[in-house]
Design a protein around this ligand. Structure first.
Ligand SMILES: Nc1nc2c(ncn2[C@@H]2O[C@H](COP(=O)(O)OP(=O)(O)OP(=O)(O)O)[C@@H](O)[C@H]2O)c(=O)[nH]1
Ligand SMILES: [Mg+2]
Length: 211
């Protein structure tokens, strides 16, 4: 996939209808500061699209970015930011859960973890939640540029054991270096391909090619 166009569409604090709704949505989940907004910017090659910060707790709403006028990347607030007031943390938690539970167009979650750290209890809960609700997900290990190749190879088994995923299911990513960008774009292609290959029927109902 080549990203030709990326634009911000809307923000919301709880799930509601919005412009261009109906296209596939792929959401970014993960701890505060793990690199969710940076991943969107890196895929779009636009450092100013989503706001990022070295301070955790930057993204405080659910933000919808439309890519190639074809699908949405949904930037969620982070979880596990211990220094945020309890009321704020609860609000973000409800926002994340409300979105995951209610969006009819959510196709996939990109679950981000920092490659340098063992996934937290919150990460484990998030994965259990996704499994429980049958939401397909891919684990992305971010900030791969901060470790040597040998250190990355040692971190992967730790992430795999903690989240109970297979090594080949994890994609390594570095926003500043672009490591993993092609692999994530390929993944996005795989996720939204069924919609793209849909052939409209004369009655307006899409028919999938392999039906
Ligand atoms: N070295 C390095 N830094 C990264 C990478 N991805 C993100 N960062 C940095 O990590 C910090 C947090 O990035 P964000 O993209 O704002 O993180 P977030 O997950 O959106 O955080 P919240 O909105 O607070 O939940 C910023 O200083 C980024 O520049 C990466 O792949 N490598
Ligand atoms: Mg963010």
């Amino acid at each position: 996939m080549i990203i030709k166009k990326a634009r911000f569409v809307t923000s919301m604090s709880e799930f509601r209808n919005y412009p261009m709704q109906g296209l596939p949505e792929i959401a970014m989940a993960g701890k505060s500061n793990v690199g969710k907004s940076s991943l969107i910017n890196s895929l779009a090659r636009n450092g100013k699209l989503a706001r990022t910060s070295s301070d955790p707790g930057k993204t405080r709403l659910i933000n919808f970015y439309l890519l190639n006028e074809a699908f949405f990347l949904v930037d969620l607030p982070g979880y596990g930011f211990a220094r945020a007031p309890k009321s704020e943390r609860e609000k973000w938690g409800n926002m994340i859960e409300g979105y995951l539970e209610h969006s009819p167009n959510l196709k996939h979650v990109l679950q981000l973890v920092d490659i340098r750290h063992t996934p937290t209890q919150d990460d484990v809960m998030m994965i259990e939640y996704l499994r429980h609700y049958d939401i397909p997900f891919t684990v992305i290990a971010t900030k791969a540029d901060k470790l040597s190749k040998a250190q990355c190879s040692r971190s992967i088994p730790v992430i795999c054991r903690t989240l109970v995923v297979q090594p080949w299911e994890i994609l390594l990513y570095s926003a500043p270096k672009g490591i993993g960008r092609e692999a994530v774009l390929k993944k996005l292609d795989d996720i939204i391909a069924p919609e793209e290959t849909a052939i409209p029927e004369p009655n307006g109902n899409p028919k999938l090619e392999d039906e």
